[in-house]
Design a protein around this ligand. Structure first.
Ligand code: TXA
Ligand code: MG
Length: 317
């Protein structure tokens, strides 16, 4: 497909340098990660943080995730604890975000963390973002690069579709391998999952040798990102459907579903990992095709299925 956007750049030495210069100036750019694309800016720059919130039209009370290259750099901003080290050793760099207590001396802008005394930190695992983080001496605040409450982006094109030319530069790093956002785990007290992801509570519980649950209730500022309506395609969606209508798009899962024109299979082999990676692109595709309603069949609610159902529920809210 021809690239109709002039702000999408392929990655090379020149665009690496351009990205670094731009970030140092306090500008905001679109970057790929292994989970979803992010809207990146210096976590130490007030100007950059403001731009991120404005571009996304994000409520100011919803804090951003701050991205680091290694332990040495993260130690300057937060207090690390035993649970953190165990999970870090097992999963990082990778699709998991840790909420930790913020150091008083940290240079992270208080607007980035919605004035909380905690910070969500992540170590992304994507060649491009790692090369950029190595060249700068500040961490990157980086929410998913979509308009607030809309579907998260899994390609440079998705990012451009939301922000058009309001964003000067988007680096194309191909389709996001994982396709849904990182698991967010709160480690400021007894570990609890604030947002499910590809790394499930069961696996986390095993690593920590303690039962870790997902908090379901909206606990004021503690889990502000758990806004009920999120990832929304802007079309009515009905979950756990067993009947079909040829006028509605139907999201299916598994080989027993036929390939009708209005059927969109997340994984013909019933693979939840594959389904997660196809979820957002499928929602965007259906929206582009102008369907007025989406039906979704039941998706098994175990392992990665928990994260898929979490996103579907919010998308349908
Ligand atoms: O995979 C990801 O995590 C992607 C990529 C770009 O890294 N980023 C992402 O960021 O999904 P965002 O801003 O769309 O989601 C951040 C989530 C929100 O639910 C937010 O409320 C939560 O993390 N969060 C951030 N800081 C927090 C804090 N201090 N306490 C509790 N939750 C926090
Ligand atoms: Mg988001």
């Amino acid at each position: 497909m021809k690239n109709i956007y002039l702000n999408i750049f392929s990655f090379n030495k020149k665009t690496l340098t351009k990205s670094v210069i731009s970030l140092k100036k306090g500008n905001v750019i679109g970057l790929p990660t292994e989970t979803v694309y992010g809207l990146a800016g210096s976590a130490y720059s007030k100007k950059a943080i403001n731009k991120i919130f404005n571009l996304k039209k994000r409520p100011k009370l919803n804090p951003l995730i701050v991205h680091y290259i290694n332990l040495k750099t993260v130690k300057k901003d937060v207090f690390l604890n035993e649970s953190f080290y165990k999970l870090y050793k097992k999963f990082c760099p990778g699709p998991i975000t840790f909420v930790l207590k913020k150091r008083k001396k940290s240079k992270i802008q208080s607007s980035a963390t919605a004035k909380l005394n905690s910070v969500a930190v992540r170590f992304p695992n994507h060649k491009i973002i790692k090369l950029i983080l190595k060249k700068i001496d500040f961490p990157l605040a980086m929410p998913s690069a979509n308009l607030s409450s809309k579907i998260s982006p899994v390609s440079a094109r998705n990012v451009a579709d939301d922000f058009k030319n309001d964003l000067r530069m988007i680096i194309d790093g191909g389709k996001s391998r994982i396709g849904i956002e990182s698991t967010v785990i709160d480690l400021t007290g007894k570990p609890k999952v604030l947002r499910p992801g590809i790394i499930s509570p069961k696996v986390i519980s095993k690593v920590l040798s303690t039962n870790v649950n997902i908090i379901k209730k909206k606990l004021g500022l503690k889990s502000p990102g758990m806004l009920k309506r999120h990832y929304s395609p802007g079309i009515p969606m009905k979950l756990n459907q067993v009947s079909y209508n040829k006028n509605f798009a139907t999201i299916t899962f598994g080989k027993r579903y036929k390939s009708y024109k209005n059927f969109f299979n997340l994984s013909k082999t019933s693979n939840l990992k594959e389904a997660a990676s196809n979820l957002y692109s499928t929602l965007r595709k259906i929206k582009k095709l102008n369907y007025k309603k989406i039906y979704v069949v039941r998706i098994p609610n175990k392992g990665i299925g928990i994260a898929i159902n979490d996103r579907l529920k919010r998308a349908s809210y």
